[in-house]
Structures are given as structure tokens and as C-alpha cells.
Design a binder for this molecule. Structure first.
Ligand SMILES: NC(=O)c1ccc[n+]([C@@H]2O[C@H](COP(=O)([O-])OP(=O)(O)OC[C@H]3O[C@@H](n4cnc5c(N)ncnc54)[C@H](O)[C@@H]3O)[C@@H](O)[C@H]2O)c1
Length: 335
């Protein structure tokens, strides 16, 4: 491919807006040429700095000759059908997580892509590009702590205006942490059990503090704490216990200040600040791979398996018991 990669963006909220700004100001070799959002005022505001065209319809954007590759950052239930249009049009896409909200839809996408014999989709499981997570992965790969035996992850959020259900917390948030466990341990989730409790006293039917326990198919263990109302800000980290030691992400990016009888460290307020660098690296890596026609990064297969584990987790809440996660044969495209 010669010249700049022309990107079309669907969904211009918190995530899509950040991707748009990053493409315009931080990512080389790519430019935003098309934008679509059901909120046309917002789409116009996001399109203006790059002079991108505003589309009224997602399919029209994907099929436009002005678009080489697509970012899908609209709400979760819209991802699967838009990803299918991208596959039909043979247009590479960065699909925000989750790949789909129904497992059948995710399976159909994997099957469709595998039948094309070409990786066109990357899923926005962006911990893969966070320097702190990458440093842990590098240490594990170098054998710094021996054989990985146990993953521990924490994902603590400020409250959202629209509170998610117990299942949405798994499908929308915990997929990131499930991906981290799979990626860092190099094993798949064989069984999952989710227990939870309620932080918000008005929503006793929803578990906004969840403890996800997973048995991995290579014998490792994994636990994840997902907290949807931390009360203090946003915090994500991982720790892996190996046969010879432990490797973990450092607590925060900010300096530690000792003053007036206290030791303090600022906590990031939200995901956009915590993962500012990861979002730039993710889109840069994706556009570079698309331009080189060499797909890398979290795949539709990763999207499928993380969703399968999250949905099994939701089922385990209903059943009050661990649920086995079925791992289908991996299509050759993803090996
Ligand atoms: N990778 C990450 O770290 C990360 C972080 C946050 C959100 N996300 C994902 O990004 C997506 C968007 O999340 P957000 O936080 O930006 O949400 P948001 O609510 O801030 O923005 C969603 C945008 O999509 C628009 N929209 C709604 N329906 C649409 C449709 N049918 N077609 C086109 N646009 C539509 C809305 O008008 C809004 O502008 C979600 O799938 C979410 O899971 C990923």
C-alpha cells in the first residue's frame, strides 16, 4: 500500500473520539477520512480537525472508496454486524472489544475470516500495547520468574452514569483481564467461576464487585478482581507468580511524594489517562500492520475465546457453580 492509510471511524464517543485524536495528532502513516455516529453533531465535531467526511450510515462508510480500513468504536451490540460487513468488503478493521456480545456471532466471524484465509480483524484488547503489561510479558518470556503458575489481575473503575449488569461487567470490562491472563500465561481458560457482591446499595441484584476465578488448560490458576465503583479512581494491574519468583506491574505512573507525615501517589482518574500510551501504540501498530498486509495483535480468535470465558462466567453467576469453557479447534489462520 502506498500513501497514507485512510481510516473510517464508526462511533465517536469516549473511545472513538480518542482514536480520532490519536490518528490526527500522534499516529504516523494514517489519516481519518470518514466518520459515522448516530449523534451527527458529535460526528461532525470529531471529523472537523482532520476534514473527514461525515457519513449517516455505518455500511456506507465501510463500503466507501475513501476508506481503506475501519475502526468500530460504537456500542458493544453493534460490533458483530459491522465486523461482518468489513469481512464481506475485505476491509481490515480494528473492532473494539468485545468482538460480539453473543457467542454464535463471534463464532460466525471467526469462521468467516478463516474461510477468507486472511486476517482482517484486530480486536481492541489493548492491554497488549500497555508498556507495563508488555514489560511483564517480556520478563515472563525471558524466564525471569520461571514457569508461570498463577495470574492475579485487578481492574478498579470509577462509577459509570449507566450502571452495567453483572453480565455486562464480564462481557464489557473483564474481557480485558481475561485476555491478559490468557496472553501472559500462554494458556486458555478451561473453567471459570464468578462470585460477587454489591457496592451500590440500590442495586442489590447486580454484582458490581466481582471475583473471577479461572483454571487454565495448562494447569495455571488465575484470579481477577473487577470493581465497578472503586470510590478512588481507576487502577489496573497484573501480577504473575512463577516457579521462581513473582513479576508485577508497578502501582502507578505518578511520582511518590513523602510530605508532612504522609506518603502519597496520585491515582489515574480513568482509563483514558491510565492507558493513554497504549491507545496510541495500539492504533499505530494496527495501521502499520494493515499497511504491510501483515495482521498482528489480538485477533478475532482472541475475541472469541475471551468472550466465551466471559459468557461462561456470567452463566456461573446464574448457576452458583464453576462452568467449563469449551475451546474449539483453533483454525489454522490463527496459529
Ligand atoms: N479498549 C478499551 O479500552 C475501551 C475503553 C472504552 C470503551 N471501549 C469500547 O468502545 C466502544 C465505545 O465505548 P465508549 O466508551 O466510547 O462509549 P460512548 O458511549 O462514549 O460512545 C459510543 C458512541 O457510539 C455512538 N453510537 C451509538 N449507537 C451507534 C450506532 N448504531 N452506530 C454508530 N454510532 C453509534 C454514540 O452516539 C456514541 O457517540 C464500546 O464497544 C466499548 O466497549 C473500549
Amino acid at each position: 500500500m502506498t500513501g497514507e492509510l485512510r481510516i473510517g471511524l464508526i462511533g465517536t464517543g469516549g473511545m472513538g473520539g480518542r482514536h480520532a485524536r490519536n490518528i490526527h495528532t500522534k499516529v504516523g502513516g494514517a489519516r481519518l477520512t470518514a466518520v459515522m455516529d448516530i449523534d451527527t453533531d458529535r460526528a461532525q465535531k470529531i471529523a472537523a480537525p482532520s476534514g473527514a467526511a461525515v457519513f449517516a450510515d455505518g455500511e456506507a462508510l465501510i463500503t466507501s472508496e475513501e476508506v481503506d480500513a475501519v475502526i468500530i468504536a460504537s456500542p458493544d451490540p453493534t460490533h458483530a454486524s459491522l465486523a461482518v460487513i468489513c469481512l464481506e468488503q475485505r476491509k481490515p478493521a480494528l473492532v473494539e472489544k468485545p468482538l460480539a456480545t453473543q457467542l454464535d456471532d463471534a463464532a460466525a466471524i471467526v469462521e468467516h475470516e478463516a474461510s477468507l484465509g486472511q486476517r482482517l480483524l484486530q480486536v481492541g484488547l489493548m492491554r497488549h500495547y500497555d508498556p507495563q503489561h508488555v514489560a511483564v510479558k517480556d520478563a515472563l518470556d525471558a524466564g525471569a520468574v520461571g514457569r508461570p503458575l498463577m495470574f492475579r489481575g485487578w481492574h478498579r473503575n470509577p462509577p459509570e452514569a449507566t450502571r452495567p449488569t453483572s453480565a455486562e461487567i464480564l462481557i464489557n470490562s473483564a474481557v480485558h483481564d481475561i485476555y491478559s491472563a490468557r496472553w501472559l500465561l500462554g494458556q486458555e481458560v478451561a473453567e471459570i467461576y464468578v462470585q460477587g457482591t454489591t457496592i451500590d446499595p440500590k442495586r442489590t441484584d447486580q454484582l458490581d464487585l466481582q471475583l473471577v476465578s479461572m483454571a487454565m488448560n495448562g494447569g495455571a490458576l488465575a484470579i481477577i478482581e473487577v470493581n465497578k465503583d472503586s470510590g478512588f479512581g481507576y487502577e489496573v494491574g497484573v501480577e504473575v507468580t512463577g516457579s521462581k519468583g513473582i513479576v508485577s506491574t508497578p502501582p502507578h505512573h505518578s511520582p511518590i511524594i513523602r510530605y508532612d507525615g504522609e506518603m502519597r501517589q496520585k491515582v489515574e482518574p480513568d482509563w483514558l489517562q491510565r492507558f493513554a500510551i497504549a491507545y496510541i501504540r495500539e492504533v499505530q501498530a494496527w495501521t502499520t500492520a494493515v499497511a504491510a498486509r501483515r495482521a498482528k495483535g489480538p485477533s478475532a480468535w482472541d475475541g472469541y475465546l475471551t468472550l466465551a470465558a466471559a459468557l461462561a462466567g456470567a452463566e456461573s453467576i446464574e448457576r452458583g457453580a464453576p462452568v467449563e469453557v469449551e475451546i474449539p479447534d483453533q483454525p489454522g489462520l490463527y496459529t
